[in-house]
Design a protein around this ligand. Sequence first.
Ligand code: URA
Length: 210
Amino acid sequence: MIPNHVIKKSQQRMDPYQTEGFVLGKGSSTPKIMLIGEAPGRNEVERGEPFIGRAGDKLDDFLTLAGLSREEIYITSVVRSRPYHIREKTNQDGTITRKTPNRAPNKKEMLAHAPLLDYQIQHLQPDIIVTLGNVALKRLLGDSYKITEVHGELLYQPIYYLQDDKDTTYTKTEQSYSIYPTFHPASVFYRQVLQETIEKDFTNLRHLLS
Ligand code: URA
C-alpha cells in the first residue's frame, strides 16, 4: 500500500547512515490502532517483519491485555532500517572480533524515513496512534514530551510531519490526532518495574476502545 517511489526514495535517503535492512510496516489497512516503535532490530531485518523476537513476544502479551490482535492493528516504526554501532575487539591471538549491536536512531535517520511514517499516518488514519517509547513520542509531538510524564494519557493534538522532503525541520499538521503514549515493550528488559506500568497502560487502552 505504500507506493514504490516513496519506499525507494526513503531507502536512498537512508543510504548515508549506518543502518541495514528495511522493514515495512505490517497489519490492517483499516486499523483502529497504529503502533509506532523505534526501529527494527536484528531479528526484524532478517525476517522483514516488525516486532518479532523478544520485544515482539512482550508486545503480544501487552496487546492481549488491550484485547487486540496483530491482524486488526498496524505496526510500524519511526525508522525502518536497523541502526547499529560497530564494536571491534582485538583478541589475544591478534584476530579481530567485530560486533554490530543495535542503537537508537539519530535525528538524521529519523528525518530520512519521515516521509514514510507521514505517508502511513495520513493514509491509514488510525483512530488512535500508540507511540512505543520516547523516540516515537518525540518524533510526533516534539522534544518537550517525556514518556514518563504522559504515558497512559490519551492526547489529542496536531503532530509533526515533513511538509517537503527537502525540509530539515518538521511542521505541525492542521489535523489533530489521538495519541496514546506508552513505553517501548523492550524497556522492561532493562527496567523490570515498567512491566506493571505498561500492563496498566494497555489495560487502560482496552477501556478506551470499548
Ligand atoms: N523495536 C522496534 O521499535 N521495532 C521493532 O520492529 C522491533 C523492536
